[in-house]
Write a protein that binds this ligand. Structure first.
Ligand code: ZN
Ligand code: ZN
Length: 335
């Protein structure tokens, strides 16, 4: 069985894929992502690998947005695995700047391909990292889900941004939030000319970081070459900080969030989120009843304190205040 079912209470689609249950247990000394496995080229730098058990598939029935009480439809879309490196045990924090830049270029190329496909509504690029997030394969990799609909959290962000723009002369909610962070500096973790990393004011996860481009862009496709290098550099810095924070691989989710493809000018601002699950060197954050059933997060660290700790964790980026004040005028940003 492979279908989307409408959850009428939460107004959201659930992907039912029973085939995923039959995923084979891999032999522990074999990895399909390693050169020589027969599943990937014998030599590669980064590689896009079609997901063997996709939640969304180009050969599935087309998606129809009927939302009757018990609606079901086809999960047409695509799921890929992005291999960051041929080296099986290389943690993402040890990827070089050039390697991250190659990953950014692969993300961008795949986004461009999907943007030309009318079946795709939104591209979710992400990484699950660490056993606490359910990843048993150490091989450095992320994923790309091409959704036939706009998933509910992005839907919610779009609604918030639309309401904010309506009440504030068309301003971008994301730009304004970032400007507040840059002005106050206390929650900024790292910054350069093009990107700002900060702990959000109302962070939900321990040591959560948001990474925003200073310029108002909706997707990877709008970034300049220089901004893409800056993005690669910023991701590298954040990932190194995380693994240095407790001295081991930080279990985390890393979504890259882009605006919807089929709307002319969606009120969205491209950004990354880093959602770690480690709340201390020995304790994990669990998505328990209050978070999962009621949608309210309990955070047990002060974002300002966590930002200071992360800011002072290696690699420390110099002249933070200066690079913060380097932000350009808002009207120029939006041009
Ligand atoms: Zn491997
Ligand atoms: Zn913006």
């Amino acid at each position: 069985m492979h279908q989307l079912r409408w959850n009428a209470l939460l107004s959201q689609w659930v992907v039912v894929t029973t085939e995923r249950q039959n995923r084979p247990q891999m032999p522990s000394n074999w990895c399909p992502f390693d050169p020589g496995s027969g599943r990937v080229p014998d030599s590669y730098e980064v590689f896009l690998y079609p997901n063997d058990f996709p939640a969304f598939s180009p050969t599935a029935d087309p998606f129809t947005p009927d939302t009757d009480l018990l609606s079901e439809t086809g999960p047409r879309g695509a799921c890929d695995v992005v291999l960051y490196s041929p080296e099986h045990t290389l943690p993402p924090s040890k990827l070089s700047l050039d390697q991250w830049r190659s990953v950014v270029d692969l993300w961008t190329a795949r986004t461009r391909q999907h943007a030309a496909n009318p079946d795709i509504a939104l591209i979710a690029i992400f990484e699950n990292c660490g056993e606490a997030v359910g990843v048993t394969m150490p091989h450095p990799h992320g994923q790309i889900y091409a959704f036939p609909f706009i998933p509910p959290v992005v839907q919610k962000e779009l609604e918030s941004a639309r309401e904010f723009a309506a009440a504030h002369a068309g301003d971008c909610l994301f730009c304004r939030l970032m400007e507040e962070e840059v002005k106050r500096v206390t929650r900024v973790v790292a910054a350069d000319q093009h990107f700002v990393a900060f702990v959000p004011y109302a962070a939900r996860f321990p040591a959560e970081i948001a990474l925003y481009p200073r310029r108002h862009v909706r997707s990877l496709l709008e970034l300049t070459e220089e901004e893409k290098t800056s993005l690669a550099h910023s991701i590298s810095i954040v990932r190194q900080k995380y693994d240095n924070l407790y001295g081991f691989l930080m279990p985390l989710m890393m979504p890259l969030k882009q605006g919807p493809l089929r709307e002319g000018d969606p009120p969205y601002h491209f950004h990354l989120e880093f959602l770690p699950l480690q709340r201390s060197p020995t304790k994990l954050k669990y998505m328990a009843t209050i978070e999962t059933a009621y949608g309210t997060f309990l955070a047990d660290t002060a974002p300002e304190q966590m930002a200071e700790t992360l800011r002072n964790t290696e690699p420390v980026t110099k002249s933070l205040v200066q690079s913060c004040s380097g932000t350009r005028d808002r009207s120029e940003n939006r041009a």
